[in-house]
Design a protein around this ligand. Structure first.
Ligand code: KG4
Ligand code: ZN
Length: 341
């Protein structure tokens, strides 16, 4: 089969990212404009500001990526774009840019679910093996998904309230640490010890998660200490918090590994950049003789390369989209999006 080059666009949250991906596994060139500095001022992503910045930057980022790749749009085989889930205004900028490119250059258009993108980020530089248990941990999701084969999905469980990344961000904010909270907490936790008691997180027979309890718990501890004029040791608090949420992930993943008897396990999403969590999951996999897949750090947080990797699977399955596609803030990963014809 001839080589397939896909130009992919990702703009679901606060990164405007464009990538050219070869055969779903090789990052030819990626350009990303991150808005983190702007959102840090507000302590989190401001949707209206995010879409405005995407709009200002999308054309520049597309041009930068093509320049880096030394390619023209004429030379790519398809245009791919994240259409859901994410911030509606932000997604729309990417979707409209992709449609314009596809229309002007007469290229097929491929819509990609962002969560599928995160999982497929694991195909860059390595190849996922099936049956596969997949843990997607990001700012918007905490999902355990069983994939019998490429293109089949079974949701085993999800968070019942906050996503784990959202929880990292909120705890960081409570502790006065900068956005995004995940890297701030991880750094602080390295300097701390397990000194604070944390609640036992959802420990039932399901594969679901719950993180709202720990968020309230930390919030109450910090406020009570503040009212009593006591100091909170932020590093210790970050350490105890990170240990607690890692235990919650571990126990549900280990249960799924045992019950399903899977031998492949993939972690994906921004929180997968956390070395402590990666390490704990890796130890669990080693104990059960399971092969663990985790993306390179730069493919954990939002990026267009993972969207190009996912789009390649759809390209091979002839799953092209027409110009009626729209952005959607909350669409679940749908088997029909992904499965072969
Ligand atoms: O996948 P992602 O870039 O965007 C979404 O799709 O949500 O994930 C962003 C989330 C944020 O909540 C951020 O705090 C978290 O990933 N994150 C981390 C780390 N790096 C990013 N969480 C924990 N430890 C990290 N090192
Ligand atoms: Zn994401």
């Amino acid at each position: 089969m001839k080589d397939v080059y896909i130009l992919a666009i990702e703009s679901s949250c606060d990164e405007t990212s464009v990538s050219i991906v070869k055969n779903g596994c090789e990052d030819i060139a990626t350009a990303t404009n991150t808005q983190i500095d702007v959102h840090t001022i507000y302590g989190g992503v401001v949707p209206e500001v995010a879409s405005r910045l995407h709009l200002e930057n999308i054309t520049l980022v597309i041009e930068e990526c093509l320049k880096k790749a030394n390619m023209t749009v004429d030379e790519v085989d398809a245009i791919a774009v994240t259409y859901s889930p994410g911030l509606l205004g932000s997604l729309l900028v990417g979707v409209e840019a992709a449609k314009a490119l596809a229309l002007c250059y007469n290229k097929p258009l491929i819509k990609v679910n962002h969560m599928m993108g995160h999982i497929c980020g694991n195909n860059i530089g390595q190849t996922l093996e099936y049956p596969l248990l997949s843990l997607v941990i990001s700012g918007g999701h905490t999902d355990l998904i069983y994939m019998k084969e490429e293109g089949s999905f079974e949701y085993l469980g999800s968070t019942l309230d906050d996503a784990i990344g959202e929880c990292f961000d909120k705890i960081a904010r409570i502790l006065g640490m900068p956005y995004p909270g995940g890297p701030s907490i991880e750094k602080a936790a390295r300097e701390g010890k397990d000194a604070y008691t944390m609640p036992k997180l959802l420990d039932d027979e399901t594969y679901n998660f719950s993180f709202s309890g720990i968020k309230s718990h930390v919030n109450n501890m910090v406020h009570n200490a503040h009212q009593r004029g006591e100091e909170i040791n932020k590093n210790d608090m970050a350490h105890s918090f990170q240990n607690c949420v890692t235990d919650a992930l571990l126990s549900k993943c280990e249960k799924a590994v045992i019950n399903l008897g899977v031998k492949n396990f993939a972690v994906a999403g921004g929180v997968a950049a956390n070395k402590f969590i990666r390490g704990a999951l890796n130890d669990m996999c080693e104990r059960h003789d399971v092969k663990m897949f985790v993306p390179e750090f730069r493919y954990c947080t939002d990026n267009a390369t993972m969207i190009g990797a996912a789009a390649y699977i759809l390209y091979r399955a002839n799953k092209f989209s027409d110009f009626s596609i729209n952005a959607s803030s909350h669409e679940e990963l749908d088997v029909t999006d992904f499965s072969k014809n």
